[in-house]
Design a protein. Sequence first.
Length: 383
Amino acid sequence: MAGQILFLGIPCIELSTSKRGAEMGRDLRLENLTKRYGTLAAVDHVNLEIEEGEFICFLGPSGCGKTTVLRMITGFETVTEGLILFNNQVINDLLPKKREFGIVFQSYALFPNMTVEENIAFGLKMRKMPKKAIAERVDVMLDMIGLSAWRGLYPAQLSGGQQQRVALVRALAPDPQVLLLDEPLSALDAKIRLRLRAEIKKLQQELKKTMIHVTHDQEEALSIADRVVVMEAGQFRQVGRPIDIYKNPTCSFVADFVGTSNFFEGRRTGDTVTIGKRKIKVMQNGPADESVSLAIRPENVEVFKRAAPPEVEEKMNLVSGKIDVVVFQGAAVRLLINMDGEEIIADIIEKDFEQQSLKQGDEVMLYFPPEAFMVFPKGEGGK
């Protein structure tokens, strides 16, 4: 390890100029990052490497530690143990204003006594940029979000979505190395959230800016992230591409929190799981004889009218039920089905629902394809 150098006036540890360091570029790394409040570990020895230009979402329920990780990265929260490295240098003790990171809050945090133009220009003035350069940069930012005509208005004269757009480009205006977003869309209504979600992703792709987004909204995380970090109880339960997180959860907590799953508990023997008096065939590999938790997504549960039972590969996976509730969701219809006193959720496309003339109270047959089950050790991963 090399000696200390001054980085923006603050002593930092310089890593050796190894091949690993050269390849890292302006990556952001978390190494055994930990935050304790007394005996409570809010964040517990987590590790992650975020590549330059990558869009990362921290996803998890309230109190899981995702915002604490974000605050440690920004410097607003001290680190108990571990390292935060950026551009191959430890920045644990670097002041927030020296980290060259931008942050967008849920509350917008715009200055109410400044116009849109003045809010965007504020950070540039603090950096003592020339007036001409500030004016040009503000023009670019306003054009980027389509609010050039609103430049002279005050925050109170804008809608919530417009205020959040201004907050976003105000953070981007100084060209930060990393942009951090702390649940910036949670206070907005559904339609505005969807539009802004797409705008943020488009901006990130155009600017090739590293962004870290904290959210408890699974749909939001899956739709915009390059990779999702699923957190529970201060730990990273799974890190991966959205499609992998959804289709191949590594634990039952992720299967339950990300998307919707039907769960069953039973005893596995070979490729058969005994659930009460019923036996279910499964295909996923795993220990041959142990207590397990099965999960299956609603879209993988096949539904047929009882009067026309289908020909299926595994007859033991065909069971009867009754539709208790029908929920129309546009392109899909969600059915809540009573199966021997247990509620099963099944999603079918609207066209199939109409063709089968399904309705509340219908007696139906459910088929659980063996290959569609996810198998986890019982009690593992928070489920």
